[in-house]
Design a protein around this ligand. Sequence first.
Ligand code: NAD
Length: 414
Amino acid sequence: MEKVKIAILGFGQRGFVYANIIKEYPDEMELVAVCEINPVKKPLIMNLFQIPEDKYFLNDEEFFKQGKLADILVISTMDRDHYRQAMIALDLGYDLLLEKPISIEREEILAIAQKAKELGRRVAIAHVLRYTAFYQKIKELIQSGRLGKVTTISQTEHVGYYHYAHSYVRGNWRKADVSAPMILAKSCHDLDIIRWLVDKKYLSLSSFGSLSYFKEENAPEGAADHCYKCKVECPFNAVEFYSKNPLWMMIFSLEQDPVKVLSDESLSYSRCVYKSDNDVVDHQVVNILFEDDITASFVMTAFSNEIHRSIKVHGSKAELEGDLEKSEIILKPYGKEQEIIDVRQLADDFSYHSGGDRQMLVDFVRNVKKGEKVSGLTDIENAVESHYMALDAEDSRLAGGKLIPSTYLKVLEK
Ligand SMILES: NC(=O)c1ccc[n+]([C@@H]2O[C@H](COP(=O)([O-])OP(=O)(O)OC[C@H]3O[C@@H](n4cnc5c(N)ncnc54)[C@H](O)[C@@H]3O)[C@@H](O)[C@H]2O)c1
C-alpha cells in the first residue's frame, strides 16, 4: 500500500480537524472521498481539500452504495448515527476511526466491537487525550513506580462557561435524547483517562448532578428570549460572544455578520441561555471504586472561566498534580523537593487537543499501512469499559446517586 486512503463521513468540526491533519502528511495519507449532509459546505470542502465531484456525497445512502472507497472511514457524524453507520461500514470492508461516543446504548457498543472482531476490521475510537504528551507523561510516572501504589485519582473537567453555553445550552449537545447524556458525550474522555491511568477494572460507582442554572427561573429580570434584542448585561450574550469569536460562529453559519445571523430567531444559537430547550446537566460528580481499593472522583462543571482539565494522583510515595492546558505537571515526592515538569518540552505539537488528535490519526494510519493491529491506546476493545462507566454514572445520577455495580463486569463474565 502506498498512501493510506481515507474517507470522511460527517464533515463538521471534527471532520475539518482530521482533513487538515491528513493534508499535512501527503506522503502517507490521502483524503479521497467525503460524505457531508449539509449542502452549503460542499463548495468550500471540495475546494479546500480537492475532492472530485464524483467522490463527494450529500447523503450516506449514496455514499455507502459505492462500496469501499478508501482504506479508512472516519465517522464523525452526530453521536446517535455512529452505530448504524459503523455497522454498514464494517460490512463494506472499512477500517474505522470512529468518534466517541461509540454509541449511546450498551448493546450497540458491544455489537460494533463484536462485528469488528468477527470481520477482522480495525476500529479506533477517538479517545485523543491518551495521545497527549501530558497524559502520556503521567502514565509513565505512575508506571515508573515514583508515586508508589496509586490510591486515588481526582480529575476535573472545567468545560468553560462560554463553551458550555455554545455546545450544551444552544448547540447540538443540549438535549440528551437527541445527542447523549453529558457524562457520555463530553466526559467519556475523562472516565477513559481515569480508567487508563488506574489500569484496573471498576467495580462500582455513584453519581450526582443536574441542570440547575441554565433554565428560565434564573433569567435576569427583563431578559429577552433572544440576545440580539436583549438589554441585560450578561456574560452569555450570543451576539457579543460570536462577534468576538467568529470561528465559533462558523460551526453553525458561513455568513460573516453575527448580528444578521443571530437575528434569526429559529436558530438555537440566538437564544437566551435561560430560555433554550436544553436538558443536559451543567454540573456532575462521579465517585468510582476500582479493584485493589483504588478510588477516583470526577467533577464536570460548566462554571469555569476557562476551558481546562486538571488532575491529582495520590500514591503511597508521592502525589502529582497537573493541568493539561497549562502543560504542567508537579511531582511531589513525600519529604523531598518537588519537581516541575514542563510538558511543552516533551513534544513538538500541541495543536488540536494538545497534540492528541494528530498523534492518534497518524498512529492509526501507520497501523493500517503496516497491517498491524490498532495501537492499544485507541482500540475499541479498550474504549468499551469507559463507555460503560459513563452509562452506569448516568443511571446512578437518574436514580438520585444510587450505588451501581459495574455493568461491564457482567459483560466480562459472559
Ligand atoms: N474526540 C473528541 O475529542 C471530540 C470532540 C468533539 C466532538 N466529538 C464527537 O465527534 C462527532 C462530531 O462532532 P462535531 O463537533 O464535528 O459535530 P458537527 O456538528 O460539527 O459535525 C457533524 C457533521 O456531520 C454532518 N452529518 C450529520 N448527519 C450526517 C449524515 N447522515 N451523513 C453525512 N453527514 C452528516 C453534519 O452536517 C455536520 O457537518 C460527535 O459524535 C462528537 O461527540 C469528539
